[in-house]
Design a protein around this ligand. Structure first.
Ligand SMILES: CC(C)(COP(=O)(O)OP(=O)(O)OC[C@H]1O[C@@H](n2cnc3c(N)ncnc32)[C@H](O)[C@@H]1OP(=O)(O)O)[C@@H](O)C(=O)NCCC(=O)NCCS
Length: 160
């Protein structure tokens, strides 16, 4: 039996190519679910991912040298927006997505008092995954591709 340890670390602009590859592979399933492959995680360009890596906090999950997942946190005042949670298709269901959320929540930019994210309204497993981690649906919206999303959030305890 081979037990592999997943390590989590912040990513930088040099990781853009691998992040884009894992993100696109992961989100094809969402595209299929919605019959829409123009959703933002699938149309984002290499240049945009590189820009995001320079301006937001992104955390990667590594199995050895291989990037197997990533997550993004964008600071907007005292709000932190979580997005692009992606796990390579062959690595899903092993706890890496849960590990990415935990790693991101432990390594937030300073001054964030509330976390928010959007999830596809039909993506029941994702919504339940966030609910188990304390996120609650507070609103609904459409993404730029016209896919119906739920907005979820949770307040963070004041820093002690
Ligand atoms: C969503 C995603 C990041 C989860 O990553 P993962 O590594 O497969 O998830 P984990 O193994 O850590 O499981 C997390 C939780 O979801 C549950 N889960 C995972 N896959 C599931 C499935 N197909 N059906 C139901 N529950 C599932 C697990 O049981 C676990 O439950 P817990 O809340 O009790 O811990 C991954 O499936 C993915 O990349 N999906 C495509 C992109 C996407 O939809 N991103 C999120 C957009 S909002």
């Amino acid at each position: 039996v081979v037990v592999r340890t997943i390590t989590y670390r912040r990513l930088g602009p040099d990781d853009a190519g691998e992040v884009l590859t894992v993100q696109r592979a992961a989100f094809v399933a969402e595209g299929r679910l919605y019959g829409n492959f123009d959703i933002p995680p699938l149309v984002e360009s290499l240049e945009q991912v590189g820009h995001e890596l320079g301006t937001t906090v992104m955390t990667g999950a590594f199995d050895g040298a291989r990037l197997v997942g990533s997550i993004r946190v964008t600071k907007d005042g005292d709000l932190g927006w979580i997005s692009r949670i992606s796990v390579a298709p062959d690595q899903q269901g092993r706890g890496i997505g849960a590990g990415l959320i935990a790693a991101a929540e432990e390594d937030l930019p300073p001054g964030i008092r509330r976390l928010q994210l959007s999830a596809g309204a039909k993506s029941a497993a994702n919504i339940v995954m966030y609910e188990r981690r304390g996120y609650e649906v507070f609103s609904r919206a459409s993404d730029p591709a016209g896919v119906e999303m739920v907005l979820m959030g949770k307040d963070l305890p004041p820093a002690g």
